[in-house]
Design a protein around this ligand. Structure first.
Ligand code: FAD
Length: 307
């Protein structure tokens, strides 16, 4: 019951101000967002890749309100690419972007987001890596898929995310399961109405399996974004039945969640990519992580009280 309330709070400016100013222990935020700057994050990149993991980096931020903020988001990613160039890790470290951070919701936002994300995709390609477009709330997805298609004309390896909770996603998955595509499947993290999305966990899980089957049987590169142990073993079985080798799909999990499992899957020879967020505008990302697991909220509240 708490999840939807926290998700509603994640879009509230008043709550953002309140919680961002609260004496949240750094420890709580750090569990999910282990740094504020490129300098903070480089040791984490080195440590995780040194342990056989791959990464997708997210500079936190979303729902910006001015074109200047959108340009700053682009520049933050370009600074990251510059640093990654020096590390020489190629596609072992890719990037995830939220188009709302690149101006998608502003006037003329579709064109603005495309203009801001293109140089990042270009810079990523120049160092041998790529970018995945995250999926935000359902009202943004037609624009996201159109930008994805546009970017793929020049950078076919550009990935995108689809969300199992949305009714539309089975059709999106069929369209996207083509040679050369890279598609991350997740359950979905936003508060969506019953007109467009399944509301019950068991319905979402069943949809996840149906969509995953489409991706595994298709010709693209599936990226299994989940911490759910049941779905992870189903994914392995579907990959086996589809005749996929371990390098023909990958698992992805979020930094700070089931970290032992990241290492276990990597040690078993799977490609395991850790979605690692950093930056100062952590509010929306942090609140979605609280909404996914009520125990996180209890931990967070306790740490505020004990300050
Ligand atoms: P769940 O059933 O929610 O969780 C399974 C188990 O994992 C839980 O029992 C618990 O042990 C653990 N777990 C899950 N979440 C947490 C948590 N926050 N804290 C502690 N333990 C937890 N969503 C989008 O809408 N758009 C995106 O672009 C997007 N990108 C993502 C990228 C990656 C790599 C991943 C892993 C998730 C992404 N998500 C995205 C979030 C996703 O939609 C889910 O909200 C999230 O992954 C939780 O679902 P689950 O599949 O892990 O299953």
């Amino acid at each position: 019951m708490l999840g939807p309330v926290i998700l509603a709070a994640s879009r509230s400016d008043r709550m953002r101000r309140l919680i961002s100013a609260a004496p949240v222990t750094k420890q709580v935020v750090d569990r999910f967002i282990p740094g504020e700057s490129v300098a903070d994050i480089v040791p984490i990149i080195e440590e995780l890749t040194g342990r056989g993991l791959e990464l997708t980096m997210d500079v936190v931020g979303e729902d910006i309100t001015t074109p200047e903020q959108a340009a700053a988001a682009r520049d933050a990613y370009l600074a990251l690419v510059e640093r990654l160039r020096g590390l020489g890790l190629g596609e072992r470290v890719e990037m995830s972007v939220k188009l709302s951070m690149f101006g998608q919701a502003l006037d003329g936002g579709h064109e603005l987001a495309l203009a801001n994300v293109r140089p990042v995709v270009e810079a990523a390609a120049a160092i041998g890596t790529t970018v995945t477009l995250d999926a935000e709330d359902h009202t943004t997805l037609d624009s996201m898929f159109a930008i994805h298609e546009e970017l793929r004309r020049d950078f076919p390896q550009t990935g995108c995310v689809i969300q199992a909770y949305l009714f539309r996603t089975e059709a999106d998955a069929r369209r996207l399961a083509e040679a050369g595509s890279r598609v991350r499947l997740v359950k979905g993290a936003y508060k969506e109405p019953a007109e467009v999305a399944y509301q019950q966990k068991h319905e979402i899980d069943k949809a996840y399996v149906r969509i995953l089957r489409t991706l595994m049987e298709g010709e693209g590169y599936p990226m299994v974004g989940s911490h759910d142990p049941r779905l992870i073993s189903i994914a392995q079985e579907l990959a086996r039945r589809a005749g996929r080798k371990p390098d023909e799909y990958e698992f992805q999990m979020l930094y700070g969640i089931r970290s032992d499992e990241h290492l276990r899957l990597a040690a078993e020879g799977h490609r395991m990519r850790v979605y690692t967020a950093y930056g100062t505008d952590w509010y929306g990302y942090f609140m979605r992580r609280l909404a996914e697991k009520p125990a996180n909220l209890r931990f967070f509240l306790r740490s505020m009280v004990s300050k």
